[in-house]
Design a protein around this ligand. Structure first.
Ligand code: HEM
Length: 273
C-alpha cells in the first residue's frame, strides 16, 4: 500500500501529485470495520432504555416539546448532507470505475457547500451558543469515563448538556476535514474550466499544487470514514430520537429528562417556543 502518487514532469523530475487511492479503500474498510465492530459490541451489550428521573416540581415548567435545532440549523444540516454526498459520489465513483463527467457537478456542489458553511459560521457566531460545541477539560474526563464504562469499568458518566462530548468531537473532526476540502477545493478551481475563477495553473509552484491535492485527498478520504459512522449512528433505533430532532426540530420532555441534565442544558419555555 502506498500513501502518495508521484509523476514525472517534462524535465524528468519526480513530483508529488496526490494521495494514493489505496487510502480510499482503507477509509471504506476502516468505516465498515468500525460499524461491524460496534454492531458486535451492541449485540453483546444491548443498549438500555434510559430511565426518566422524577424531578418533582422542577419538571413543571419544562414544556412537552423541546426545541433542539432551529429551522435555520436544520436547513444548513440537510444542505450540507446533500452536498457532501454529491461531492463524495462525484469524486469517488470514477475512482471506483464508474466513469462520467464528474468535475462540473463536483465543483458546483463544492461552491454550495462553501456558501452553506459561511452561513453556518455567521449563524453559529451570532445566534447559537459556541460553548455548546467547545470541549472542556471536564468533557474530556467524562469522555474517558464513558469509554471506560463501555469497556465494563467504572460508573457511567453524568448526563450531558445539550451535546454529548462524542458529538462535539465529531463536529470538530468535520470542521478540520471540511475546511481541508473547502480551502484546497477553492484553490483547485483555477485548474479546471469553471464559471467563477479564471484558469491559472501557474498560481502555485508544481510541488505546492501536489500538497494542495494531497490535503484535498486526505480530508476527502477522512470524510468517507466520518460520514459512514455518522449515518450508521443516525439510523440506530436508540439514536432515532436525535435524528428525528434534525427533521422536526424538537425532542420530547421524556427524551430530554432521560438523556440530559436539566441543570447543564437549561430549557426555558421561551427557548422552546
Ligand atoms: C465532501 C467534500 C469533498 C470531497 C470528498 C472531495 C473529493 C475530491 C477528490 C477525491 C478529488 C480528486 C483529487 C485528485 O485527483 O487528486 C477532488 C477534486 C476536486 N475537487 Fe473536491 N472534494 C470535496 C469538496 C470540494 C469542494 C468544497 C470544492 C470546491 C469548493 C472542491 C473542488 C474540487 C476541484 C476543483 C477538484 C479538481 C478536479 C480536477 O482536478 O480535475 N471539492 N475532490
Amino acid at each position: 500500500m502506498s500513501i502518495f502518487q508521484w509523476a514525472q514532469n517534462p524535465w524528468g523530475q519526480e513530483i508529488l501529485i496526490r494521495i494514493s487511492w489505496d487510502l480510499l479503500y482503507l477509509a471504506i474498510a476502516g468505516g465498515l470495520a468500525f460499524v461491524i465492530g460496534h454492531l458486535v459490541y451492541r449485540a453483546k451489550n444491548p443498549p438500555k432504555t434510559a430511565e426518566v428521573p422524577d424531578i418533582g416540581d422542577a419538571g413543571k415548567d419544562i414544556p412537552e416539546k423541546i426545541v433542539r435545532h432551529s429551522l435555520a440549523a436544520r436547513l444548513f444540516h440537510w444542505v450540507m448532507a446533500i452536498t457532501m454526498i454529491t461531492l463524495l459520489v462525484t469524486a469517488f465513483f470514477p475512482i471506483l470505475g464508474i466513469q462520467f463527467n464528474w468535475v462540473p457537478i463536483h465543483w458546483m456542489a463544492g461552491i454550495v457547500l462553501t456558501a452553506a458553511i459561511i452561513f453556518h459560521i455567521i449563524h453559529a457566531s451570532f445566534w447559537l451558543n459556541l460553548r455548546n460545541i467547545w470541549i472542556s477539560r471536564q468533557d474530556w474526563a467524562e469522555w474517558k469515563q464513558e469509554m471506560e464504562h463501555a469497556l465494563g469499568k467504572g460508573e457511567p458518566p453524568p448526563k450531558t448538556d445539550k451535546y454529548p462530548v462524542d458529538h462535539r468531537i465529531y463536529h470538530n473532526a468535520i470542521l478540520v476535514t471540511g475546511f481541508g476540502v473547502i480551502v484546497t477545493g477553492l484553490l483547485m478551481m483555477v485548474r479546471v474550466e469553471n464559471l467563477i475563477f479564471a484558469r491559472n495553473s501557474y498560481l502555485l509552484a508544481e510541488s505546492t499544487w501536489g500538497w494542495v491535492y494531497v490535503i484535498h485527498g486526505l480530508s476527502a478520504v477522512g470524510l468517507v470514514g466520518l460520514i459512514i459512522t455518522h449515518i450508521y449512528f443516525a439510523i440506530l433505533p436508540e439514536k432515532r430520537w436525535i435524528t428525528k430532532s434534525m427533521i422536526w426540530g424538537w425532542i420530547t420532555k421524556k427524551d430530554y429528562l432521560a438523556n440530559h441534565d436539566p441543570e447543564r442544558w437549561v430549557v426555558t419555555d421561551k427557548a422552546s417556543k
